[in-house]
Ligand binder design. Structure first.
Ligand code: NAP
Length: 309
């Protein structure tokens, strides 16, 4: 089978599309025929060797930590799924990913894919969707009526976060560049702030939760708009813990987990038409390096998908 692998750290030039043996599932795993995967910023961090602490890498490693596909074989202990089931999920980034024709993954890390989505759209959901869901609700404890500020609201995680927060009944404020302000309003944001030309900390106050997908200066300035007792949840480094403590703000970072119950809940919201993935570009399996370079520009609207079948 074909797989996009790395044998060393480096730039996108270390990605190699190789012919390798098709993997076999262990007792608690399934073999998925991959139809599509998607690009996430963690791909580049892993390829560059910049995510070693969180995700220690073993070479060779197939990249691509989203999958939508069909179960082709199942291990002896797998009860929940059958051959032919259409599933989606996020392989853990220390294990082989899905920029490949086949993937083995533990059966307790996947769920049935939303029926209303094709594989291209379903592959855009797991990693970004799980991150938005867990960031807002597990760590952020966002409730109806609360005010949430979502940075990078037009990107992969942000575009799900805006929709989830709106579904919950929160008052949603998003940041993006001028070209994406209308887009995040269409997703459901009540207010959209142009981060390149406006200072969000001069416009906002009394925020219950900031969902920070940017870090650094954005994280620090966010502390000025949160009410005492409020929360800042970040997907990147937590750099301002002391300052947060002084302001009685809870600052937390987290790594998204592949909980099937969260994937099922997200699939339910998609089926109900409450939430939808936004795919802005699709590349073939042999164009993975090109897709990664586009993502590295840090201006992806929604998601970039890799089409395998
Ligand atoms: N901890 C975890 O488990 C976890 C999981 C997923 C992601 N992450 C991390 O979270 C971050 C976001 O991930 P993602 O997949 O959403 O990335 P992404 O899709 O690449 O984000 C791109 C978006 O960021 C926006 N953006 C860039 N700079 C901005 C700024 N200064 N302020 C506001 N928006 C800005 C861009 O909007 P414009 O084009 O309008 O500028 C673009 O729409 C990444 O660092 C990723 O590694 C962590």
């Amino acid at each position: 089978m074909k797989a996009n692998r790395i044998h060393e750290f480096g730039g996108t030039d270390v990605l190699e599309l190789e012919d390798i043996e098709k993997p076999q599932p262990k007792d608690d795993e399934v073999l998925i025929k991959v139809y599509a995967s998607s690009v996430n910023p963690v791909d580049q961090k892993i390829v560059e060797g910049a995510a070693q602490e969180r995700f220690p890498t073993h070479f060779p490693l197939t990249i691509g930590w989203d999958v939508s596909g069909v179960i082709e074989a199942a291990g002896n202990h797998v009860r929940k799924f059958s051959i032919g089931d259409e599933v989606y999920g996020r392989p853990f980034p220390t294990t082989n990913g899905a920029f490949a024709e086949y993937l083995v993954i533990k059966a307790d890390q996947i769920a049935l894919k939303p029926k209303s989505l094709d594989h291209i759209n379903a592959a855009a959901v797991p990693l970004a969707g799980l991150t938005a869901w867990q960031g807002l609700f597990k760590f952020g404890r966002l409730e109806k009526g609360q005010r949430v500020l979502i940075h990078a609201a037009s990107g992969g995680v942000g575009s799900f976060a805006v929709q989830f927060a709106k579904w919950k009944g929160a008052y949603v404020i998003g940041t993006a560049s001028v070209d994406n302000l209308a887009f995040i309003k269409q997703l459901g944001a009540d207010e959209a702030i142009d981060y390149q030309n406006e200072r969000f900390e001069e416009k906002l106050s009394d925020i219950d939760l900031v969902f920070d997908l940017i870090g650094k200066d954005t994280q620090q300035r966010s502390l000025q708009v949160i009410k005492p007792g409020g929360r800042l949840v970040t997907t990147v480094m937590q750099e301002f813990k002391e300052e947060a403590k002084e302001k009685q703000i809870q600052l937390e970072g987290f790594t998204a987990q592949s909980y099937p119950e969260d994937l099922e809940k997200i699939a339910e919201l998609i089926e109900q038409g409450m939430v939808q993935p936004l795919v802005s570009a699709v590349f073939n399996l042999d164009e993975a390096a090109k897709a990664e370079r586009l993502s590295a520009e840090k201006h992806t609207r929604g998601k970039i998908v890799i089409k395998v079948v």
